[in-house]
Ligand binder design. Structure first.
Ligand code: SAH
Length: 474
């Protein structure tokens, strides 16, 4: 497997700085499955070519395998996920968009030609064009013949791929990193949530707009349903956030906002409402209790008026996801100082929760058993005692309007209860009064005029049946 990266034009040897590999030397890196070598067959001022040669040790690859098929395959010869691991190891600095010695080059679009021998494309030559052309490449694909003694093998899926464009080295590498395994449609390692993060990180700046986004996400994550959903959600969220940012700058903001809100999920509306209220309240230090995967935290981080942001959750797993999605490990120091994640439970008094301007609990209380609410009330209103507390919870009366939700069922498998608006109002008022807070109730989400008369539920307090005739808001 051989990857050539050629820069033409003036000062072509800048490529050596960008790739962090001196053209004068031979660079060898040992990998778990073979060896990667970088060398420069040409390095003059007007043409510089770096080659990454990946030699896979087929014996290492099949160690422990029992079937013949595992021994006889194309893995050592085509650019697959092994190649992307090699790119990550050998050109990691360039892939991350860094160049300490010539930082000004990182954002320079250079006349580049990339050649990969050999790629295998599931879906044929057309897929090569569909994937690379929208990114601005001129695509040349030369099909490599299969042995003509076996016509029944059909057309060869193997190509020599040449891509030409004026592009930054960083972008070119991220394109290859993501798209080589997409072409190949196979991965040699376990696909977990870290893959979603990798895809979004390396797809930053181009994946969102790519017309083949669906194919890329689905193949990159090997069609793991939950992971692809997660990736699409995040792409959509980032899109919404960037659309929102752009909108606030235009005169047509009001009209565009209506357009934008139409496809927004209820949850997005809740999170946006809570973030907006926190800002209106002038809160500078905010607790997000039951922060989950960090969706509210992300919104708060985007606004500098929030100086101290703390996310707490009982679930270690959620916190890990939040940390990965917010990319805490790569956050600039000033930004990083504003945010903290902590594991803790809302049912136990916790010193760390004292001294905040506001606390938000977005869709959290319904995850607690009703008898435990009393503990939460004391922990939050008596001990933590932030100046403002924002709580959202689903309105059960709205559930009949979800066409796919069976009657009497809750929206989420882990919900311990779902209140009517009156039940929530009663709890909120009683709790606020007991702990000397003022209370204000506000609907979130679209009001609807639809009513469905025939559905009834037993009230969780009195046991009598209620209907949803006047029920409007999610
Ligand atoms: N606020 C987030 C997540 C809501 S899901 C959002 O809107 O996206 C509810 C969250 O509450 C889950 O992440 C769950 O782990 C957390 N949670 C449940 N019981 C908790 C408790 N006792 N203490 C802290 N967090 C809890």
């Amino acid at each position: 497997m051989l990857l050539h990266i050629t820069q033409t034009g003036s000062n072509a040897t800048g490529l050596g700085y960008l790739l962090h590999k001196n053209p004068a030397n031979l660079h060898e890196v040992k990998l778990p499955f073979g060896k990667a070598t970088v060398f420069y067959p040409a390095a003059t001022d007007d043409r510089c070519t770096a080659c990454l040669l990946l030699e896979i040790d087929p014996v290492e690859l099949v160690r422990g395998a029992r079937q013949l098929e595992a021994y006889v395959n194309d893995r050592p010869y085509v650019a697959s996920s092994y190649m992307t691991v090699a790119i990550g190891r050998v050109f990691g600095t360039a892939l991350a968009g860094n160049c300490a010695r010539r930082p000004e080059l990182v954002h320079c679009k250079l006349p580049l030609q990339l050649t990969v021998e050999v790629v295998r494309t599931r879906g044929g030559e057309e897929v090569l064009h569909r994937l690379f052309q929208p990114l601005g490449y001129h695509v040349e694909a030369r099909r490599l013949p299969l042995d003509n003694k076996f016509p029944e093998w059909g057309e060869s899926p193997y190509f020599r791929l040449t891509l030409t464009a004026e592009i930054t080295v960083h972008n070119a590498l991220t394109h290859l990193y993501v798209l080589l395994p997409v072409l190949d449609d196979e991965k040699h390692y376990y696909i977990g949530e870290a893959e979603v993060d990798k895809l979004l990180r390396h797809g930053e700046g181009w994946l969102k707009q790519h017309p083949e986004q669906r194919m890329i996400v689905s193949r990159y994550l090997q069609r793991r349903g939950a992971l692809t959903t997660q990736a699409f959600e995040q792409l959509l969220e980032e899109e919404t956030a960037s659309v929102e940012a752009a909108e606030s700058k235009t005169e047509k903001a009001a009209q565009q906002e209506r357009e934008l809100e139409r496809p927004m999920t209820l949850h997005t509306q809740r999170l946006n409402t809570v973030a907006a209220r926190l800002k209106e309240l002038g809160a500078r230090s905010v607790l997000d209790l039951g922060c989950g995967e960090g969706k509210l935290l992300r919104r708060l981080l985007a606004d500098r008026t929030f100086e101290r942001i703390v996310g707490m959750d009982v679930s270690h797993r959620s916190l890990q996801i939040a940390s990965a999605r917010l990319r805490l490990d790569r956050m600039p120091e000033r930004q990083r100082k504003r945010i903290e994640l902590m594991q803790g439970s809302l049912l136990y008094r916790d010193q760390r929760l004292s001294g905040f301007d506001a606390a938000a609990l977005v869709e959290v209380i319904e995850h607690l058993d009703v008898p435990r609410l009393a503990a939460l009330e004391r922990v939050l209103f008596e001990f933590a005692r932030p100046r403002h507390i924002l709580i959202t919870t689903p309105n059960r009366e709205y559930n009949v309007l979800f066409p796919t939700l069976p009657e009497g069922r809750m929206r989420h498998g882990d919900h311990r209860f779902e209140w009517t608006r009156a039940e929530f109002a009663a709890w909120a008022t009683a709790t606020a009064t007991r702990f000397a807070y003022d209370v204000k109730l506000e609907p979130v989400g679209p009001l609807t005029k639809r009513t469905v008369r025939h559905r009834r539920w037993p009230c969780s307090h009195c046991g009598r049946n209620r209907t949803n005739e006047d029920h409007r808001n999610p």
